[in-house]
Every structure is written in C-alpha cells, then in structure tokens.
Write a protein that binds this ligand. Sequence first.
Ligand SMILES: [Zn+2]
Length: 279
Amino acid sequence: MPELPEIETISRQLNRLIVGKKIKEVKVKLPKIIKMTSVDFKRALEGAKIKSVDRRAKLLIFELNNGWSMLAHLKMTGQMIYKTTDHRLRTTVENKHTHVVFFFTDGNRLLFNDLRQFGYLKLVKSAKLQEYFIKKSFGPEPLVKDFTLPDFKALLVKKPNVRIKQFLMDPKNIAGIGNIYSDEILFFSRIHPLRRVASLKKSEIKKMHLSIKKILADAIKLKGTSAKDYLDAFGQKGKFAQKLRVYGQEGKKCVKCKDKIIRIKIGGRSAHFCPVCQK
Ligand SMILES: [Zn+2]
C-alpha cells in the first residue's frame, strides 16, 4: 500500500502538472469508486479549475475553485497518473483498470487506476476539510517542523503497552506510516519490532524520532517505493526499493552484521527485521 512518501510524491508532481487546469469532462467507468452518485460527482467537477494538490496522511486533496475538494485514497493498488499530449512525457498507462478519467480543456488527462478496486474518490466542501480530518482522527504529520521530539514522546506515553511496530503503523498515532517504512525506521533505530512502547529508552526514542524524519524524507527524494503496483504521477516506479534494508528482504544478509533478515507475523501484518542488530 502506498504510504506517506508515495502520496507526497504524487501530490508534489501533480501540483506542478495540473494546477490551473480546467476540468472539461469526467468519465466514471466504475461507479463504486465514487462515494456519491456519478451525476453529482460530475456536476461538481466539470467546469471547475484545480487550485492546488495537497496531501494529508495518505489522502490526496484536489482543491477546486468552486468550494469543493476532491479526496483520493489509493488504498492497496490505486494510481493517479497524468496522461499528457506532450509526446516527450507520454505514458501508456490507460488500461482496463482505469476507472475514472478527468479530461482537461487543454487535452491532457488525469487517470485513476486501481487493480484491486479498494481505492476511492469523494468530495468534501473545502471549508469542512479540517473538520473531516479531525473526525478521521489522523495523527500528526511526521515531516512538519513542529513534529518535535517532545511531541513524539507525548504520543508514546499514551500507548505504553502497544508493540512499537503497531504503534508506528497506527495512523491515529502518526499519519502516513505503514508496513514498509515502519520496518525501515525500526531497523535504523536498532529496535526490535515486538518491543512494548514503555520499554523504550530515552536514547532509543530520540533515535526513532530522527529515523522517522530521515527515512521518509529520503524515500520522497527517490519518489517512493514500488514494492508492488505503486507508480508516480508520471507512471514511473519509485526508486527507494533499492534502499530498503529489511522490508521484503527476508532471507537476505543484513547490510550491517551479515546475519539473515527474518520475517514474523504481528497483528496480521509482517515485520521484517535483523535479530542481531535490533534489540
Ligand atoms: Zn544486522
């Protein structure tokens, strides 16, 4: 599932690609993707201009110039890809999994593809967005400057008995971290995924706070991780997969100690880690 770095990549790219463009027509090929009737959806979008593209947690936010914002959640296999008439940037990404197409007045398009069909699009009044996020109980954004070490500690104190891997993956604690980046953050912090929050030392918490910022920022620089279906807004794969140290590396040698990376089940999800380096 795409996590913060992947959604942030798409958001930044689309901000450069489609802001100011006017939507001429919306084609909904699979109505269940839209969390309202296709008629109402089209009525709100057609004729509107894109004011900005942003991200909160794992949601893409398209603010329109008519008071509406469209939210897109990519869930497991969703993609949001720009299809341009510019032959230099041309991508071949329109396929049988293209469920919604946004046609802009300049001939370019935005595609919503989703193989597994768990993703969705919905409209929220822009003025009600903050209220909507509060209702969803999203935790703080880890990359903003004011997500400080004391803030992180304050979150941890509330969940002393939770295992740290599960703590990191719960969007109500911190927004945007899933299976891939929680594994990588714990490897860089040298912390075993099954540790309980209350057992963490001050120095470990500090290391983890730094690792969260570093790993997520590094992943954004490389446009995310294409573990499975994730593609960026240009239809290209992210390159952070080459930098993964533990996620998906089961049976491979640890880059630090050369012992083997192992995988265990935890709460229905997998944790990948080095049993020597992570205590
Ligand atoms: Zn190791």
